[in-house]
Design a protein around this ligand. Sequence first.
Ligand code: TXA
Ligand code: MG
Length: 315
Amino acid sequence: MPVLIADRATIARAADLLRAGRLVAFPTETVYGLGADATNEQAVAGIFAAKGRPAFNPLIVHVQDLMAAEQLGVFSDVARQLAQRFWPGALTLVVPRRPDCRLSLLVSAGLDTVALRVPSATVVRALLEESGLPIAAPSANRSGRISPTTAAHVDESLASRVDLILDAGPTQLGLESTVIGCAGDVPVLLRPGAIAREEIEETAGPLHRAAGTIQSPGQLASHYAPRATLRLRAHSVDADEALIGFGANVPAGAKQVFNLSERADLREAAANLFAMLRAADAVAARIAVMPIPAHGLGEAINDRLARAATPRDEP
Ligand code: TXA
Ligand code: MG
């Protein structure tokens, strides 16, 4: 794929691609990110497809400044203090999504929180300004590989899976951002990173450590689970069930049908998954879900459905 030196013209082209729902890799001060329009479900689904992730992990959304961040998430006093001290920079804050948050649901992997970061590197800042979009961007590597700190790493790992790679040389820090959870009563260190815990504790006070590493939403206590019971791999449907369908041949008789993708396209299905789970949950106490193929993005869709079907432990 085209690796282009980042300059005004190539950044403008990258912004056009993002607005068109395409994927662009770009350098931040930490590592190279694989970016998409964070308000576009399909584009965000494209990130998961390109990374080959077996599960939907929530992604970091990059924004221009704290004001832009506060339009998307709810900031507690300590979250705001951390943002004021460390932004722009290598700190990511996980905060509750605002009720009117216009971000893709997939970007949060169905959680009611969102990870926000205001980066400091020139190229990503220019791209945020030029595109006018919040940009979802995990590290620009295939799942399970090491995070890329040069454009050549991105090219090796993602090659034809990304529409454009902006090259501005090796990244300054070479380590991902520190992720702090600010959705609960006390700030939690979710991922150690480029800013040391001690530095953050000067502002936030003692950080609690997350139990285990948070790799996927299923490991989070607050993960979104429907109220309704889910019946997976359903080939027929009862009259009191909402049906989450896939493909053209949907069984008749459901209370209401939500088709993830009539043309059986897994990327479209991924883009619709969380919104349709919520919609189905709102209209029925039981949800039947048709079989979803296990390949490609189907693996992550099935993973998420299996978690949603597992009864949540009552506290
Ligand atoms: O430096 C970085 O953070 C790079 C650059 C590109 O900004 N991005 C990055 O993204 O490393 P990614 O997707 O590889 O890592 C995101 C981390 C994961 O550990 C994920 O679990 C956590 O942030 N995360 C994101 N949203 C979350 C949420 N709502 N709740 C808990 N953890 C979340
Ligand atoms: Mg990563």
